[in-house]
Ligand binder design. Structure first.
Ligand code: MG
Length: 292
């Protein structure tokens, strides 16, 4: 199934997208203000699909929103593709990269506040040059947790995956590095476009798909999720150690090489740029970057 959320007739809706992504079917979902959050939770608890709740609509007639509004911070994995770690070895992260080569035992985990989340085609707002001059993109596969749990072993981790979606983990590099903790540089308003839908795990193997990122039509990122340093089961195992995961939690699984920071000189995003993130088996999100 492809689960989505959208606005139509001045109201939020949640339901299904057809397999070709061209038709939306609204379902009787509780609290559609949170998108498909309650639908994900109900399905993860084994409840049946709710009945249809309105006319089927062509996707051109609706405005897709983020498939769900997370109830808490998104978990995010840092430096999780070898080629991406290598491209950062020439940046301010060089010492950290050198250290992590020696002991790749634990993933880097940081978070983004849920208010960063915007729709798959919404505008990302640049906070202004007084705040940051180094805006970067990170096109990523994101995991949507289904059944919750704590201390989940990697052998059972994929049983807790409801499905997959796409995010752009937009990052302000100067702020990210200035504060040691990455949280502020990752959490500006609008810095997490998400969508266009959630593809359920029975229809997509997130451990064997492909992530691409384009800036103004130019292919910058192209990675295979099988090349992650910490694969998805390892991420779930690490994050759930002593921390309960809940239905609808999001894990951004890391970005392939080709981010702006990795170029010499770096290629920061500017007003008017367009970033497109694609994942095979899901589709694409595309966002304009604009000054306020
Ligand atoms: Mg990232």
């Amino acid at each position: 199934m492809r689960i989505a959320s959208w606005s139509w007739g001045g109201r939020p809706h949640a339901g299904l997208l057809s397999p070709d992504g061209r038709e939306a079917t609204p379902l009787a979902v509780a609290n559609p203000d949170r998108g498909a959050f309650e639908l994900v939770r109900a399905l993860a608890h084994g409840e049946p699909l709710p009945p249809e709740a309105g006319p089927r609509l062509p996707v051109e007639a609706i405005t897709l929103r983020a498939p769900l509004k997370p109830r808490r911070n998104l978990f995010c994995i840092g430096r999780n593709y070898r080629a991406h770690a290598e491209e950062l070895a020439g940046t301010v992260f060089r010492d950290a990269v050198a250290q992590s080569r020696e002991r790749e035992l634990w993933p880097i985990v940081f978070s983004k506040v849920p208010e960063t989340v915007i729709g798959p085609f919404d505008v990302v707002r640049l906070p202004g040059r007084a705040i940051t001059e180094q805006i970067d993109y990170e096109c990523e596969l994101a995991v949507v947790i289904g059944r919750g749990g704590k201390n989940i072993p990697r052998s059972r981790a994929l049983g807790h995956v409801f499905g997959y979606t796409i995010v752009n983990d937009v990052s302000a590099r100067d702020v990210q590095t200035r504060h040691q903790q990455w949280h502020l540089g990752k959490s500006f308003d609008t810095f997490c476009p998400m969508g266009p839908c959630i593809v359920t795990a029975d229809e997509l193997d997130g451990t064997a798909t492909r992530v691409r990122g384009y800036v103004n039509g130019e292919l910058r990122q192209d990675g295979l999720t099988k090349d992650m340093i910490f694969d998805i089961p390892a991420q779930i195992e690490a994050i759930s150690r002593g921390i309960t995961l809940y239905p609808g939690d999001i894990i951004a699984t890391g970005t392939p090489s080709g981010v702006g920071m990795g170029f010499s000189p770096p290629k920061w995003l500017q007003h008017g740029d367009v970033v497109r993130a694609e994942v095979d088996g899901i589709g694409a999100i595309e966002n304009h970057f604009e000054e306020r």
